[in-house]
Write a protein that binds this ligand. Sequence first.
Ligand code: PEP
Length: 255
Amino acid sequence: MNKAIRQAVIAGNWKMNKTRPEARALISELIPLVKDANCGVVICVPFTNLETALDATKGTNIKVGAENCHWAKSGAFTGEISAEMLAEMGVEYVVIGHSERRQYFGETDATVNQRVRAALDSGLKVILCVGELLEQREAGITEEIVGMQTKAALGGVFAGELKNIILAYEPVWAIGTGKTATAEQANEVNHYIRTVVAKLYGAPAADAMTIQYGGSMNAKNADELLAQPDVDGGLIGGASLKAADFAVIVGAASR
Ligand code: PEP
């Protein structure tokens, strides 16, 4: 397994935060801080901030993503946004299967898979989240859970499409809680996910796959987490809302 052949990507997940003026201010602050990054830099923002973010990041190395998309191209799905709508705007990435969507909005492995399919068909790059609940970790079934989620989400995805997918291992107990997985725990599960991808698509494909860790990654713990051989970047919630902290994480991934 060769970390050097994979691109590290640091992606911010702003969740339901920032008005448009606040978004513009945060991006303006971030641009000079990450301009020399030696890793991918993505900000995933609320739908209402997408146009602002696309405009504010023009000509920079910061890519823009959405936080979800629907699987249908269009239709009677009040409150939803299609992958095609995002792609038409110039959005490049979309987060799919975040645990908050699974926990609070009835997202299932089946609908995650449908959203992945729609996003790929529309030309979006997917940041696909998997992760276990605390009780699942305590019951010793972390690998079964993330393995099952990964296989279900990738159902019907062709090997050639994997270049447009980033996997993000996000233990649910570590998201927004300040409880980070240890570097060893993060690496262990990321490595396991890579073996699942290898079984599905072969070792070269798994070797090339960017697998992030997410869950209370911050300016203090990023170095240790990102130094792990199977951790290829991070999905960052809370710390992505502070330009200086996010930039420190980008710096850690750039080394
Ligand atoms: C997330 O929302 O994906 C996340 C990892 O959040 P936090 O960094 O705040 O734990």
